[in-house]
Ligand binder design. Structure first.
Ligand SMILES: [Zn+2]
Ligand SMILES: [Zn+2]
Length: 329
């Protein structure tokens, strides 16, 4: 492309999604985290992987689709301070950008790639999709920070420290996964949604339940919740996590490293009765008790290591500390 267009290779590289590697995502997998998949191939796209801002397209001398519109965390245009659309306003089908030059020798005088190939709607037209949800300042701050983090490869973390964009986005993904909450034990959305006067309805379930595969409307809702969680970091998050009885260990167990800014907040809301005692600790506590002339049974050990508490589980039959002991053996 660089040769044919007679432009520097670097310029072409900067238009590619691959150049986001190390900024948004880490691996070179086919479906990198944070990039919305197109699904299907050619003219048969199954996912709504392309979003656009009608005002940006209308303002371009030669309309073009911005690279950042493929990034799943980008749900709004900062220039026009409006939400992006991920479907054709004319027929609600996914956006497909194809060259469709029909073998013409010369570059077309009038751009046709802003028209829907299904219904002919020109995406530069606004459509009558008035925004009916209110967007808070923190939502716009978060969007602005995401735009900045993509551009500069570093950013200011929620705790005020300078961090690499990669670590920032990794942390956002953890929180978004908790907010999506398909797992029945993660109820943090139920704490956040009422603050917006909304029901905590889960996003439409897709096959892989990934944030990147969600539709724009679901991602906007989750981004609003995320912006709320990040306000006054980490106090608001800790309060919500404790309110939702979200144990950090549930988030810890996901694959991948937790960035430091997030793990600090996890530590702050760690439930101490859930301190995981290792077998060695348990054994040495038992021996210690036996040396002191006690039996060293599970109850005594639980009490010694601070894992004894009186709240019983809903089943009401077994002590939670005993439960833990059994599962760890
Ligand atoms: Zn725009
Ligand atoms: Zn259409």
């Amino acid at each position: 492309m660089a040769d044919i267009g007679r432009v520097p290779y670097q310029l072409i590289w900067q238009t590619s999604l691959r150049s986001y590697e190390g900024i948004i995502y880490q691996n070179t997998a086919d479906n990198p985290a944070g990039i919305r998949p197109l699904g299907g191939r050619g003219k048969q796209r199954t996912a709504h992987g392309i979003a656009f801002c009608p005002e940006c397209l209308a303002g371009d001398q030669m309309p073009y689709f911005r690279r950042r519109w493929r990034v799943s965390y980008v749900v709004a245009c900062m220039e026009h301070r409006r939400l992006l659309l991920d479907a054709c306003p004319g027929c609600a089908s996914s956006i497909m950008v194809i060259s469709a030059d029909e073998g013409a020798k010369s570059f077309p005088r009038y751009p046709h790639w802003t028209r829907c190939i299904r219904c002919g709607y020109d995406w530069r037209r606004e459509g009558d999709l008035a925004e009916s949800i209110s967007l808070s300042d923190s939502f716009w701050q978060l969007q602005s920070q995401i735009h900045g983090a993509i551009t500069h490869s570093w950013t200011i973390g929620p705790d005020g420290s300078e961090i690499m964009s990669l670590g920032y986005f990794q942390g956002l993904r953890y929180l978004l996964r908790a907010l999506i909450g398909y797992q029945s034990h993660i109820k943090i959305r139920e704490i956040v949604a009422p603050h917006f006067g909304e029901l905590a309805l889960p996003p439409q379930r897709s096959q892989r339940s990934s944030f990147d595969l969600l539709r724009q409307c679901d991602r906007v809702f989750l981004m609003r919740y995320l912006a709320w969680l990040l306000e006054e970091w980490p106090d608001q998050y800790i309060a919500a996590a404790i309110g939702a009885k979200l144990r950090p260990s549930y988030l810890d167990m996901y694959r991948g490293d937790i960035p430091f800014w997030l793990s600090k907040a996890f530590d702050a809301c760690r439930s101490h009765p859930h301190y995981p005692t290792s077998n060695e600790e348990w054994e040495s506590a038992r021996l210690y008790l036996q040396r002191r002339g006690m039996e060293g049974n599970n109850f005594q050990v639980s009490k010694l290591v601070g894992r004894y508490w009186t709240v019983r589980r809903s089943s009401g039959t077994r002590d939670a500390a005993n439960d833990y002991k059994l599962s760890s053996m």
